[in-house]
Design a protein around this ligand. Sequence first.
Ligand code: GDP
Ligand code: MN
Length: 382
Amino acid sequence: MKLHEYQSKDLLSRFGVPVADGDVTSDPSEVKAIAERLGGNVVVKAQVLMGGRGKAGGVKLFTDADEASAFAKDLIGKKLVSIQNPAGMVVEKVLVTKTIDIAEEYYLSVLLDRSLQQVVVMISKEGGMDIEEVAEHNPDAIIKLPVDPAWGLSDFEVRQAVKDAKIPKVAQNQMVAMIKKLVKAYIETDADLIEINPCALTPENVLIAADAKVAIDDNALFRYSDFNETSSDAADDPIEAEAIKRGIAYVRLGGEIGIMANGAGLTMQSLDEINAAGGRPANFLDVGGGAKADRVKSCVEVILMDPNVKGLFINIFGGITRVDEVAKGVLQALDELDVKIPIVARIEGTAVAEGRKILEGSRVQSAATVKEAAAKIVELTR
Ligand code: GDP
Ligand code: MN
């Protein structure tokens, strides 16, 4: 889960990473007081989970609290669109921070390098801009330092990497210290990614994180009840966001046949069979193990939120899950939603006889095999 900049900075400052003083708010009338408290020289920053906020007009510097406040009033509630996120995101909160006097901008990140199968620190003198651009046009300007899983990082390695990245001498000690803090934070918070861009050097030669991006491994979220509110706005798609809120594994795919299956394997098989039969899956949705009627109903609702869905394909093998519960949930959803699209179900396993009985006479057609069911729903949606 991606954290907002303000949350990322909170988290990192607990590990001793220097950040500018500031405050977050969703109330535009509070911005003036915050800006005054900080002395009037402030940056107002849209808190949206997308890259390129600066270029999108979501980051602006002010020398006057009233102007900062006017800008924030305009910004909150507005949709920001960037190259990285053409669909755009609505600004709900702004972070107001003391303006850092920036002489140079560097890039620092800690992330998992899947090809190296190691955590890697990336350092570049070319900060502030898109690191992807640097990687493309000036790849030598990015130094990668793998973190040994058993030994961690030695001081001399970090120092050498910082020198290799051609960070000026006056900033080297501070950067070595910052990298060690970032790696500690990365490990201890179960992060997937920590990125500081820009890592600013002031004219007084002080190194400070001017921006921060932290993403936490979703499997560690139970440790972070305070961040859960952001997980749903982390999804770019509104239906995916709703699915996250409901705790449903759902990925929107863009086709016209909605898929509801249990277990990732059966769900993948469903996608394959729909494709093989000449259809296009609208989504990946795994009902999960042991689902009761309520959850099944909630899953059907999520699938049908996608207006592209012209048919529903149900592929359930009851193990822990009882097929009669699935049937009940499907019928409850159909009752409430006034569904007109065709539905084909292939159901097997625990309580299948009861399940079939429940579906008898409903608009849910059954099929004996997955292949047959896929062919049928593809034909019915044509
Ligand atoms: P991003 O565009 O979403 O990555 O947002 P950033 O927080 O990185 O801000 C974009 C740009 O605004 C930075 O690259 C800086 O050039 C500038 N900026 C942000 N904060 C400050 C600040 O405190 N002082 C100065 N002088 N510039 C800043
Ligand atoms: Mn940035």
